[in-house]
Design a protein around this ligand. Sequence first.
Ligand code: SF4
Ligand code: SF4
Length: 347
Amino acid sequence: MLYKTISKANFKVFINEVIAGNVTIAPKMTDKDSEGNPVYQFQQVYAFDEIALNYTKTYSSLKNFFLPFKESLSTFQFDKNEWKQKIEYSIHPRVIVGVRACDINGLLKLDNVLMKGKYPSPYYVARRTNTFLIGLDHEPMADCFCQSLNSDEALHGFDLFLTDIGDKYFMQINSSKAFNLFKNVQINDIETEDEEKYIAEKKRIASLFKTRVAITGLSNLMDIEFESDVWKKWGDKCLSCGTCAMVCPTCYCFTVTESIDVSLKFALKEKVLYSCNLVDFAEVAGGHNFRPEPATRLKYRFYHQHRGFVESYDEPKCVGCNRCGIACPAGINPIDVIHDLRMEDVK
Ligand code: SF4
Ligand code: SF4
């Protein structure tokens, strides 16, 4: 890792150069909610001034740029007794600007499964390795609990990471690709004053976290509380809509569909993101459903986040962004569910 600073004026020049030569995705204000608060979303940008670097939150996560809701796995052409299969997973290099540390950590968790796991996904690997990531520190929202999950700091998984220290950014340069991009833009060595400002800003951000969730020993507690009525309490509220998994930066369950065109000459195999909360998630051939009740499905989602993933990767799958809690139409959020589990509160 190299540490440098860049003036905000030069950062603007740098980003405009990046935009001129690459597909660039960044947070944009796209709407206002019913209370007049801005709504932000990651979208393609065409100039630096479109970027909302001071964005608060995005309802959907960056996951969808790496795991789209629906993607083609392969197509088939039939001709008389011959058939051809076509598989495409190459993508053009692209840049994503303004990524939060918790979202970078979310991608690292997906990397564990989809890049470094037993069955890597070439579709995911192509998107991940062709994406240049520029991270940015930010103040936490009132309901963020990423600090409790050690996800408020990104130690790797990005090309550049910026911290605002006044009229310049403190930059962590984490790839030779990133360093080479600064050939035409001036960057500076770190001075003592920059280091002091950086440390002070890190401390200030860390002190702003208001929501804490007790994670220590949670996976063991889950073993003990497998039959807890807390699962029924929250499961009875669950509408089995699957929204929580769609917005979650680390949920990757999917289903595969196959369709054939009426001419019988063309077929398509597609992957569609799915959720373990959906009613037929554990239904098998013959119609038996291993998890018919919403409470069981909700419980298993939490077990994957905080028990099963810990067993496989020594860390929870959840990064503490609370997107699932914000999006849930039934008001179910991990902060309350984990609290109730610890307190055995079933009322
Ligand atoms: S808080 Fe919810 S949406 Fe965010 S990572 Fe954890 S389970 Fe996923
Ligand atoms: S978003 Fe809420 S209601 Fe919908 S499946 Fe998830 S927990 Fe259940």
